[in-house]
Design a protein around this ligand. Structure first.
Ligand code: HEM
Length: 430
């Protein structure tokens, strides 16, 4: 790739640029990005090579410069190398935080938050006003996570801290998704030419202050062991097994949301709220979520890995330290993998076993292998619960004068892929 100018230009559509190049150069490409070698794979079989067959060699991360702010990379489970510290954190995620029994125990916390979203939609419905779906779902997701974590609303619309919190989370997501020249030309790290690390440090300091306050309050309240939330469990872990999980780890961990209508109507009584236990008997809802993740994966290039050792992948030598990316966006659009790939057609998942738990390499929105997303069980519940609630209780229409074909479906590339323009829709009740 021609260097500096292009690195900044491709900011908006890195996954698309790579998918275009793959059409000419094939499903395993080696590119020079600045002084770094990047390996990009874009077919299910190549993804299987990286995420399963050579999982051991590719289970490190390429840590972006922005993640070095406040030494975040030394504590965050997402950036640590596969060390004993990382294994310890993953063990806590898998055995204490995101287990079925723990998530069942604290599901009422999430049901309450969805009830509040419904109250907000009800109000808009009575006034015949449109809702900014992206904003409403972003706030609810933050509240679902913060309630699961520490039984409080961090995104409640009126409070000042809440506004600041939302601003900080958006800021972190924006900076983390920016093409940063320091990542491609390490010599620039000291200069931080785009100011990414500097802004990230400020955001992290402020977030740590908010989380620190919450943790202190819990410790001083003498109420440890009385809540179903995950902070309680985490703090108990730190006290009980005297594990290495100390405050910075906790902070870093927490820094981190037609047919269907008929199905919902048949499965759940009218006006009765949807519950997480309903999800298992809603196959069409599950198919819609899969189809959405296929076409619009929130992390289109996963979180880049790093080759720990020189590795042979199908006869091609991946050099040590290469940046390794799996373009799951391209895989989702691949005509050799999917019939009519650009068509939104959830029916393709009905009666088929493909799921996104990391074994079907044509659909891996949460990654696979050792570094698969540990938050998958929580994300699974949140996404299905929110979508089902929005559809079960309301019909939706676009604002006057806007036709379905006018809705802008373009994406905005970043650490997570978002709609470039948020969807606005008016809720109606029959
Ligand atoms: C729709 C929601 C979500 C999606 C699509 C998603 C996707 C991903 C992906 C693609 C990865 C990288 C996997 C790999 O390298 O193979 C990842 C890692 C991670 N995710 Fe998620 N995630 C979601 C929600 C969550 C939630 C709710 C949490 C926690 C509350 C979470 C925590 C993490 C952590 C800590 C890692 C790093 C794991 C590691 O490097 O060992 N995620 N996620």
């Amino acid at each position: 790739l021609p260097v500096v100018g292009n690195l900044l230009k491709i900011d908006k559509n890195l996954h698309r640029s790579f998918a275009e190049l793959a059409k000419t150069y094939g499903p395993l490409m080696s590119l020079k990005l600045g002084t770094k070698t990047a390996i990009i794979v874009s077919s299910p079989s190549m993804a299987k090579q990286v995420l399963q067959k050579h999982d051991q060699s590719f289970s490190s991360r390429t840590v972006p410069d922005a993640a070095h702010a406040l030494n975040n990379h030394k504590f965050s489970v997402a950036w640590l190398p596969p060390s004993s510290q990382w294994r310890n954190l993953r063990r806590i995620c898998n055995s204490q935080m995101f287990t079925t029994s723990r998530l069942d125990a604290n599901q009422a916390l999430r049901h309450n938050k969805v009830k509040e979203l419904v109250t907000y939609i009800d109000k808009k419905c009575r006034m015949g006003q449109a809702i900014d779906i992206g904003q409403a779902v972003f706030s609810t997701t933050l509240n679902l996570i913060s309630n699961t974590m520490f039984s409080i609303d961090l995104a409640h619309l009126n409070s000042e801290t809440a506004q600041e919190f939302k601003f900080l989370v958006r800021g972190v997501l924006e900076e983390a998704g920016r093409s940063n020249l320091s990542d491609y030309f390490p010599v620039l790290k000291f200069v931080d030419p785009q100011g990414v690390r500097q802004r990230m440090t400020i955001y992290f300091e402020k977030l740590d202050k908010i989380f620190g306050g919450i943790i202190n309050q819990r410790l001083e309240s003498n109420k440890l062991g009385t809540s179903d939330d995950l902070l309680d469990k985490l703090l108990q872990c730190t006290q009980e097994d005297n594990s290495e999980l100390i405050r910075p780890h906790v902070n870093a961990l927490l820094r981190r949301a037609g047919c269907l209508n008929l199905e919902l109507k048949q499965a759940i009584e009218k006006d009765k709220p949807v519950e997480e236990s309903d999800i298992a008997r809603l196959p069409y809802l599950q198919a819609i979520v899969k189809e959405t993740f296929r076409l619009h994966p929130p992390a289109p290039l996963l979180i880049p890995r790093r080759a720990e050792t020189e590795t042979d992948v199908c006869g091609f030598t991946v050099p040590k330290n290469a940046l390794v990316m799996v373009n799951i966006w391209a895989i989702g659009q691949d005509p050799d993998t999917w019939a009519s790939p650009t068509l939104f057609n959830p029916d393709r998942f009905l009666g088929c076993d493909i799921n996104f738990r990391g074994y079907d390499f044509e659909l891996t929105p949460f990654g696979a292998g050792k570094r698969i997303c540990p938050g998958l069980p929580l994300a699974y519940r949140m996404v299905h619960l929110m979508l089902a609630s929005l559809i079960h209780l309301y019909d939706w229409k676009l604002e006057d004068g806007i036709k379905p074909e006018d809705v802008n479906m373009e994406e905005k590339f970043g650490i997570t892929l978002q709609k470039a323009e948020s969807l606005r829709a008016i809720p109606i009740q029959d």
